[in-house]
Ligand binder design. Structure first.
Ligand code: AMP
Ligand code: MG
Length: 346
């Protein structure tokens, strides 16, 4: 497939170029574009044939529902029903932004988009390019992360170009994602809302405005999320080619353990990558890559660095563990999945 590529400068957006890509979406074709979370692979959410192309391009299992991206809040009343006051509060407070809410769907949403469910996931992105594309397309856009299913989500233009050129009708290259982790997914169909996927809008942020929020209990276990309520959370995810392990414990023990393992691996002829906070970089041997100075930076860089590990051709990656609260909860969720839940305790 010939992919039409548009390079867009976020500070000086070429409207004609964006309109060209939006027209593809309006015609039932697939277009990748940047959002503030990760790059999304979009198609008309109301057109089953268009949505089918998303699943094909990603190799995504068809029971894994898509997030519908809209331009303005009032569009939601055409797509979803039984919208509670708490849902209104969340939308008013956090949209446009990196939170997706699950509501009962109206008939207009095809089951292909909702993965066969009677609910629908909806979000308004804040990224200026995403906003323009959705506005010009004039239809709600289903847009999962623009990676081949199972791979780390793309957070930079290079990632999508390398992985998806030739698999979709259009790609809008528009710099790096601001957050680098997918949106928080919040189920608002029950009295007490439940986080189905942690993201950069945290449980703590939500509780400040709507009171009690629970977290899907299967996500809190450091093991396989087979019982997760968001269908997508059941699948293997975010996997680089290398085998990833999380090393847990006091920092000096972690450093000793990782360095010991790096030496053992070297004797076996295996190349080892290490992912850590910038301040700990000097403690390690091997191909050491900093994930950043703080948790916000770790969130932004994680998927990029998992991809970088593949480029370095490492066989095994060890990562430091991060505290499971605030944004750390989303980071650990992604890291555990990329590690296939393998933790080395020191
Ligand atoms: P992605 O589009 O790749 O960012 O993934 C979207 C996530 O939202 C997946 O984990 C989906 O399973 C989840 N999701 C989407 N729609 C629903 C829904 N109606 N109910 C529960 N989870 C959903
Ligand atoms: Mg995804």
């Amino acid at each position: 497939m010939k992919t039409i590529i548009s390079k867009i400068d976020i500070n000086n957006m070429d409207k004609e170029e964006l309109k060209k890509q939006a027209k593809l979406l309006n015609e039932g074709k697939t277009v990748i574009f940047p959002t503030e979370t990760v790059y999304g692979l979009g198609a008309n959410a109301l057109d089953e044939d268009a949505v089918k192309k998303i699943y094909e391009a990603k190799g995504r299992p068809s029971d894994n529902p898509l997030i519908v991206h809209i331009y303005e809040k009032n569009e939601i009343y055409d797509l979803a029903k039984d919208i509670s006051e708490k849902a209104e509060t969340v939308m008013n407070k956090f949209w446009p932004g990196p939170i997706t809410i699950i509501l009962n769907k109206k008939e207009i949403i095809p089951y292909k988009t909702s993965g066969g469910l009677n609910t629908v996931a909806i979000r308004i992105p804040s990224h200026p390019i995403a906003r323009k594309i959705i506005k010009y397309a004039g239809v709600p856009i289903a847009a999962p992360s623009a990676n081949i299913s199972g791979r780390p989500s793309p957070t930079k233009a290079d990632h999508v170009y390398e992985e998806m050129n030739g698999r979709v009708n259009g790609i809008v290259l528009g710099g790096d994602s601001n957050f680098g982790l997918e949106s928080t997914v919040l189920d608002m169909t029950s009295e007490v809302p439940m986080i189905l996927r942690p993201g950069s809008i945290t449980k703590e942020d939500l509780e400040e405005v709507i009171g009690e929020v629970t977290i899907d209990p299967s996500l809190e276990k450091k093991e396989d999320n087979k019982k997760a309520r968001a269908p997508g959370m059941k699948y293997t995810h975010y996997s680089p080619d290398a085998d990833v392990y999380i090393v847990s414990g006091a920092i000096e023990n972690v450093a000793n353990k990782i360095n010991e393992l790096v030496s053992v691996n070297l004797e076996k002829g295996l190349k080892t990558g290490v992912m850590c906070l910038e301040k700990n970089k000097h403690k390690y041997k091997g191909e050491v890559v900093s994930l950043g100075n703080n948790l916000d930076e770790v969130g932004r860089n994680l998927f990029d660095i998992l991809r970088e590990m593949d480029k370095k051709n490492v066989d095994i990656v060890y990562s430091e563990e991060f505290p499971s609260q605030g944004i750390g909860r989303a980071i650990m969720n992604r890291l555990l999945k990329s590690a296939g839940y393998k933790i080395i305790h020191t």
